[in-house]
Ligand binder design. Structure first.
Ligand SMILES: *Cc1c(COP(=O)(O)O)cnc(C)c1O
Length: 506
């Protein structure tokens, strides 16, 4: 069957069931709206003759709704079904790497030896757990080409904080504390400038608007004489989904000026197993285990953002770091690692995520990880090739693991990125990342990942093509009212943001 025929078939199927979720949704009131005064939630009589012995004030009426146990149960279970997730369907959020989390990882993380290990138990009784962490450190060091690894940070942004503090510690140790400037391209993820500012650095922006990539000339201009430059924070591939092709020359110039290169590793899915960021000049990099290595995002579990650094920077890493002495694994803290930037997290970080990531890595093997990157890039380029006639592709192609489109072709007819995103909701598809990166107007950043089937990618392409065709045909009014099939319709997002109502009142 040719690709073209398949798309037509899916499109016909869509005519029958335009909303993937239609008919499966429950409207849900607030619990207070359900309560009935004649149906108390708890029907125990007041205890007689018992005095409170806890010394706490007696509990008055705290305004909990009077609902029965089954009502409470159904209320929260229904709400939980509104929580869209990668286990529901396609989730093409650019920059977020929403890939399938293999259940094998969950199974391994639930082994009692892993699930019940206690952070305060003696190291001699937790050798298996420490070995898991040590092996993960070693593998992340190998994959990045950055051999100093600390698993402690609890998310990508936390890893950025750890990494930039490591850089600052290194400058302090070398008598370079005066370096107060951090270079950041304008396409950066918001956490990069936020981290630099939190660490007290002054930001200097490298413009990339015209090309989507950093040029050597723009970098040189931002670097100036470089005497006060502490470092540069860059993600590669960048947030436009493009590989920074001048990175070797740029990192060389940065190093010559005495700065460190912080690599934001959130986009490592495009490179894993194919290229080592250390070889591109990166000195410090965080890894989002919950992106590249498939551990759950957010609600499904805590994130995890290990950092990897060069041998030179390793002494400044946060603690604890797992070490191997002979056949014994142990945690090294500040009493032994005197140059450390300090401690950022209780105990060892998110151990359950370390287990899941190692399980993912070992079950893929070196060849499997390489294929992850190849297939992620292939999926994104397939979407780009199919949609670039219908939507404006600001930087042409090919792309890396995500593709960037804009609403330039649509916007004169009044249909903009937000309308396109809401129309995807109407059709049962979670939208892409919208209005990011900030360097292009009306951005739509699409990251399909390697775990989506061609069918689900084709369905997305079909709906996107239909939207573009309807706009072209002048059928535009409907777009401003979508979504109509979802439990909540179009929100007044400006008022919601400016005058948030955070508390229910009768
Ligand atoms: C996701 C992301 C981050 C932040 O990671 P969190 O784990 O969400 O804190 C930083 N940079 C980029 C490019 C990202 O996509």
């Amino acid at each position: 069957m040719t690709a073209e025929r398949k798309i037509v078939e899916i499109s016909e199927a869509m005519e029958e069931i335009p909303g993937g979720n239609r008919g499966l949704l429950y409207e849900e009131n607030l619990l207070w709206e359900k309560e009935r005064s004649d149906e108390p939630g708890v029907d125990l009589p007041e205890p007689e003759g018992i005095k409170l012995r806890t010394g706490q004030p007696a509990r008055g009426d705290i305004g909990l709704p009077q609902v029965s146990e089954p009502q409470v149960m159904r209320h929260f279970v229904r709400l939980s079904t509104w929580n869209y997730s990668i286990d529901h369907g396609f989730f093409p959020l650019g920059s977020c790497t929403m890939k399938h989390n293999p259940r094998l990882n969950e199974k391994i993380a639930r082994f009692p030896g892993f699930a019940h290990v206690h952070p305060l138990q003696p190291e001699s009784t937790a050798q298996g757990a420490l070995r898991v962490m040590f092996e993960l450190q070693e593998i992340l060091g190998e994959l990045t080409g950055l051999p100093g690894v600390c698993l402690a940070p609890a998310a990508g942004a936390h890893g950025e904080l750890a990494g930039i503090m490591t850089i600052r510690r290194a400058h302090d140790a070398k008598g370079q504390s005066h370096r107060n400037i951090m270079l950041v391209p304008d396409s950066a993820h918001g956490t990069n400038p936020a981290t630099a500012a939190m660490c007290g650095y002054e930001l200097k922006v490298i413009p990339t608007k015209e090309t989507g990539r950093m040029t050597v000339a723009a970098f040189k201009e931002a670097l100036g004489d470089g005497k006060n430059v502490a470092g540069m924070m860059v993600t590669n591939p960048n947030t436009c989904g493009l590989f920074e092709s001048d990175i070797l020359e740029i990192s060389k110039l940065l190093h010559e000026a005495g700065g460190y290169f912080y690599g934001d590793g959130a986009n490592f899915n495009a490179l894993v197993g194919k290229a080592r960021p250390g070889a591109l000049g990166v000195d410090v990099m965080h890894i989002n285990l919950h992106k590249t290595f498939s551990t759950p995002h957010g609600g499904g579990g805590p994130g995890s953002g290990p950092i990897c650094v060069t041998k030179d920077l390793a002494p400044y890493l946060p603690v604890p770091v797992v070490e191997k002495r002979g056949e014994t694994f142990r945690l090294a803290y500040e009493d032994e690692r005197k140059e450390t930037m300090g401690r950022l997290k209780g105990f060892t970080g998110q151990f359950g995520m370390h287990v899941r990531a190692l399980s993912y890595i070992l079950s893929h093997g070196a060849d499997g990880l390489k294929q992850v990157a190849e297939d992620a890039v292939l999926s994104a380029n397939y979407i780009l090739s199919q949609l670039k006639g219908d939507y404006h592709a600001p930087f042409g192609g090919p792309c890396m693991h995500e593709c960037l489109l804009t609403d330039k072709f649509q916007k004169d007819s009044g249909v903009t990125t937000i309308d396109i995103a809401k129309t995807l909701c109407e059709n049962g598809i979670h939208p892409m990342t919208v209005y990011f990166p900030l360097v292009v107007a009306g951005a739509m950043l699409i990251e399909p990942t390697e775990t989506e089937s061609k069918d689900s990618i084709d369905r997305f392409i079909t709906v996107m093509k239909k939207i573009a065709a309807d706009v072209k045909a002048g059928d535009t009014d409907k777009f401003h009212n979508f979504p109509e099939n979802t439990p909540r319709q179009r929100l007044d997002e400006v008022t919601a943001a400016r005058e948030p109502k955070l508390r229910w009142r009768a």
